[in-house]
Design a protein around this ligand. Sequence first.
Ligand SMILES: *Cc1c(COP(=O)(O)O)cnc(C)c1O
Length: 463
Amino acid sequence: MAMKKITKRSWAEPYKIKVVEPLKMTTLAEREKAAREAGYNTFLLKSEDVYIDLLTDSGTNAMSDNQWAGMMIGDEAYAGSKNFYYLWDNIKKYYGHPYFVPTHQGRAAEHMISKILITPGDFIPGNMYFTTTKLHQELAGATFIDVIIDEAHDPYSEHPFKGNIDIQKLEDLIKKVGAKKIPYVSMAGPVNMAGGQPFSMTNLKEVKKVCDKHGIQLWFDATRAAENAYFIQEREKGFKTKSIEKIFYEMCSYFEGIWVSAKKDLMVNIGGIIATKNKKVYEEARNMVVVYEGLHTYGGLAGRDMEAMARGIEEMLDYNNLHARVGQVRYFGEELAKYGIPFVKPIGGHAVFLDAKKFLPHVKQDQFPAQTLAAEIYIDSGVRTMERGIVSAGRNKETGKHNYPKLELVRCTFPRRVYTQAHIDVTVESIASVYQKRKSIKGLKMIYEPKYLRFFQARFKKI
Ligand SMILES: *Cc1c(COP(=O)(O)O)cnc(C)c1O
């Protein structure tokens, strides 16, 4: 009898399943009805009607038994709870910034940082935009300027660090508007909208040098920073033998301050962080949080949430955990590639972004190809994904016309520690089925459009 030869040694998750949440199985007719009622916007579906939920990895991660145990020792004192101090200790230890203000989630931190640092008329350069980040900068009166390298806008460039800032673009902006009009450079990594693409430590150091030369602060959206550290270790010369913890610490050290949505890498359901070395900014944030969130020792969170965050920081920097996380996303992408399905390269840290322009080349951009594709995938199998294209890009502030982004993507995002390889296989096969019948798919028409972050609530009709 022929025996199969060993050609590889697989990795597997460094955890096992202890609690399960049963999922509802739906029929095609039920999903067609649900999609219609949701205005073909996956954000408006009831989660009950979703089988595999790849909408986001935000607040949807599985906490560990250790985090759940921490929830039981929540100190729900109004002021000075011990969970707050434990979290603060871990922020100092791992992020290395001495001052800390908790917020209920990332955008609350963005709101306050934007309000504190921006004077109306300012410009904020950043490595591509993130929806809430950019909106809060604009609401504070600034204009956001994308200074990411050109490769980030090319879905097929295999550049290992597509999250890098283009130093020349940054210098040009400084020359054009003057350093006084740029209170800070806003850096994120891996860059969600570019396909989950990291920046390199080398690039970060160059950016820091430019900032120092012109007296501009450098701030970090560190929401996915653990994943960025993983990619630096994997891809950048000189970091192979450095621990994730050390790389993470070094990365954070170049910034004046950071904000974080704890709902991602920290693997909790809710939470946000502002941490900084800048005492003045800290004091303003500590005062402002009382107005918008709650006292500065809870910032809109329960004590138990802060305990789960503190423990989440320790877990997110574990190499095996990150390896399984990134490995799962990579497996998904590699399986999709076997069917010839077009997606952004290289495969990102938290998600695979399908290229809807290539997937549905006959659907014009103002007929919302990515929105259409996300709806079709849901109808096919109950897998929920999200649009990252023209709907997410919103309208131009001056002209009121749609922004037409180069990238028209559908994001398939994997919550951490939630789904199995079989779930991934089902998803791949569903997307492949939609791909096979792509020529028969027609676009959508927008019939309701909210003023802010329209992708969350817009409604559509089939053409
Ligand atoms: C999710 C996210 C935010 C916003 O955080 P919320 O907790 O959703 O308010 C900001 N920046 C990045 C990079 C994110 O991924």
